[in-house]
Design a protein around this ligand. Structure first.
Ligand code: PAF
Length: 280
């Protein structure tokens, strides 16, 4: 496994992989890897041995008062985890390989990025599509894997790839959870023992509401019950909790059988957690 920091070297190594005739798969990450990331890699390996994991904490997707400074950076530990999966390349670019001096381009996603995490974290998805499109160009990957935990991100990346004619297949991978149900996230490392315990109210409340809506409960009632349960269980505030149409991301006040997703973001202590469940 090569850990590559330089773009020319990356391109040379990928052209060697291309000789195998097998596709190139990309798993973009910001490091602090956990089992959720490893499941993306394993899914990728079902399709090709040529799996590249990128590790880059992308500054343009963090807002001014967000956790960029504190975001865990642990390349050695991440590399050790990936060694056992036998991937050929970790792409760990230096900042200058992504945003060289004089870099002047920005991107903007409209519509799909206006609500939910997009509204609460202005500019976040613009930074995400910028880095992801750069990673697509740098690697020339044929397939890329993203977790369903960031469902709005996944939807926006699919749209961006379509809009910009990227010749790449985007694959969404189901969320990996702890045995008690908490969605795995690098930000879980910020939580104290008590907060970790209280955070379980997020998946529990969402799953219950999803089942209730499927069984015909009024959507607004199911959502406010879920919100109350979370606030009673130690969440300080709820950023949003909504039922949305899976494709358009339009808010649904009623559910009449269409493919939908229940999305929420909420603060426990200073940590913002997100999660989602299907309603179908
Ligand atoms: O989901 C993430 O970890 C990041 O948003 C991504 C897709 C790697 C872009 O920095």
């Amino acid at each position: 496994m090569k850990i590559i920091h330089n773009l020319d070297l990356l391109r040379q190594s990928i052209s060697l992989l291309r000789k195998s005739g097998q596709p190139i798969a990309l798993v973009p990450t910001m490091g602090a890897l956990h089992k959720g990331h490893l499941s993306l890699v394993r899914e990728a390996q079902k399709m090709t041995p040529n799996v590249i994991v990128s590790i880059f904490v992308n500054p343009t997707q963090f807002g001014l008062n967000e956790d960029l400074e504190n975001y865990p950076q642990q390349l050695e530990a991440d590399a050790a985890l990936l060694t056992s999966l036998n991937i050929p390349i970790i792409w760990a670019p230096q900042n200058a390989s992504i945003y060289p001096k004089g870099f002047a381009t920005s991107m903007q996603i409209n519509g799909l990025g206006d609500n939910f995490c997009g509204a609460k974290r202005p500019g976040h998805f613009d930074g995400v599509i910028l880095i992801v499109s750069k990673l697509f160009n740098q690697t020339g990957a044929d397939i890329a894997f993203f977790g369903e935990k960031d469902y709005q991100q996944l939807t926006i990346i699919r749209q961006m790839a379509l809009d910009l004619d990227f010749n790449i297949e985007i694959i969404g991978v189901p969320t990996v959870r702890s045995t008690q149900g908490l969605a795995l996230s690098s930000r879980n490392s910020y939580l104290s023992e008590d907060e970790l315990q209280n955070a379980l109210a997020l998946p529990q409340a969402l799953q219950k509401a999803a089942t209730e809506i499927q069984n015909g409960k009024n959507v607004q009632t199911a959502l406010s019950d879920a919100e109350n349960k979370m606030l009673q269980s130690g969440f300080q505030s709820i950023d949003y909790i909504n039922l949305v149409n899976t494709k358009s991301f339009k808010i649904l006040k009623k559910w009449d059988g269409q493919e939908a997703r229940l999305l929420a973001a909420a603060f426990i202590g200073k940590t913002r957690l997100i999660d989602n469940f299907p309603v179908k």
